[in-house]
Design a protein around this ligand. Structure first.
Ligand SMILES: NC(=O)c1ccc[n+]([C@@H]2O[C@H](COP(=O)([O-])OP(=O)(O)OC[C@H]3O[C@@H](n4cnc5c(N)ncnc54)[C@H](O)[C@@H]3O)[C@@H](O)[C@H]2O)c1
Length: 315
């Protein structure tokens, strides 16, 4: 073990806690995994080892599962688990009362320099850390599930979070192999679950209205939309779908999307100003003169994915 590598305390050894333990231990860091439930503590390390065995089979682990597990210690006691931590990753259930009490205890016992990050899926940290003396070191760091396979992590500072804490947290997650994005301010559900929620809301409506079946809606994503989303987001997708880029797409499709939104009671038209903002950010990433080349890149990405699917179907 590198003596200068960070010590991370993961609080709560459920689905996300176990998965985060893999992320940080895989980075070579010392990991303290805490849970008040003795049953969870009993099985957590076996779960880590099983998932690491799978990662090894796919060539995604550079050491043996037991070497990784050797960096993880298990703790029933919160104070012991966080005593020498530089990052505390809270992964307890999504309940406001529980997070309020847990953050109160964490702020009282973690070293003053430790960052206190919550994995919260929807609750912003101002809901549970706003009254604490050490609130400046608190924020949300929301992962995908499981974070050792989905690298994105949403860093969500509260208005009281120290900018240096945001910087340090982002750097730590990046060093652990994650891909941090920063929100400019708190909003329930953050970006990940807001995007997921928008799609789910429409999917539920389509089932409710008898337009399509659950299986067919899932197929539209797994055999269509999702194949592109595996390597690019919704803005890049439509930017590359329409000659002239996303501005041209908004002109052609904006009115139809506005009608679909209004049908669902949503009044958020893509104004000219909003489209101009989105377009200028896209053009800074891919200038129009590189558009054809980027479209060819997209097609090669899809070909690679198609080849892998065909291989998987043969195996
Ligand atoms: N499951 C997901 O897909 C997902 C994705 C991203 C974020 N999250 C968030 O991560 C957090 C954990 O979710 P999960 O799915 O791992 O839940 P989970 O129910 O699988 O695990 C929660 C763990 O916390 C333990 N726990 C309960 N009270 C505790 C306390 N006071 N102190 C410490 N540990 C305690 C439980 O024993 C359990 O092992 C939640 O805030 C959730 O919203 C979940």
């Amino acid at each position: 073990m590198n003596p200068s590598s960070p010590v991370v305390a993961v609080i709560g050894a459920g689905s996300i806690g176990v998965a985060f333990a893999i992320v940080f231990a895989r980075a070579g860091w010392t990991l303290r995994l805490q849970d008040p439930d003795p049953q969870r503590l009993k099985t957590a390390l076996d779960e880590v080892a099983d998932r690491c065995a799978d990662l090894s089979r796919y060539g995604l682990l550079e050491e043996t599962p037991s070497a990784l597990c050797a960096r993880i210690s298990l703790h029933a006691d919160l104070e012991t688990a966080v005593a020498d931590a530089s990052l505390v990753q809270e992964c307890a259930p999504e309940r406001l009362d529980l997070k309020v009490e847990l953050f109160r205890r964490l702020d009282a016992c973690a070293p003053a320099s430790a960052i206190l990050a919550s994995s919260s899926s929807a609750l912003p940290s101002s809901r549970f850390a706003g009254e604490l003396p050490g609130r400046a070191r608190c924020l949300v760091a929301h992962p995908g599930n499981p974070p050792y396979l989905l690298p994105v992590i949403e860093i969500v500072p509260a208005p009281f979070t120290e900018p240096d804490v945001v910087e340090r947290a982002s750097a730590l997650y990046a060093e652990a192999g994650l891909s941090p994005i920063r929100l400019n301010r708190e909003i329930e559900g953050f970006v990940f679950n807001r995007l997921q929620g928008a799609l789910l809301r429409e999917a539920y409506c389509l089932v409710r209205d008898g337009i399509s079946s659950v299986a067919d809606i899932d197929k539209v994503v797994s055999q269509g939309l999702g194949l592109r989303w595996a390597f690019m987001g919704p803005f890049e997708t439509v930017d590359l779908n329409t000659r002239g880029g996303i501005g041209s797409h908004a002109q052609k499709m904006g009115p139809a999307y506005a009608r679909m939104g209004a049908e669902r009671g949503q009044q958020d038209p893509w104004t000219a100003e909003l489209v101009a903002t989105v377009e200028s950010q896209r053009r800074a990433l891919v200038p129009l003169e590189d558009w054809e080349e980027r479209v060819a890149w997209r097609d090669r990405q899809l070909m690679q994915a198609a080849r892998e699917r065909a291989k998987r179907d043969r195996d």
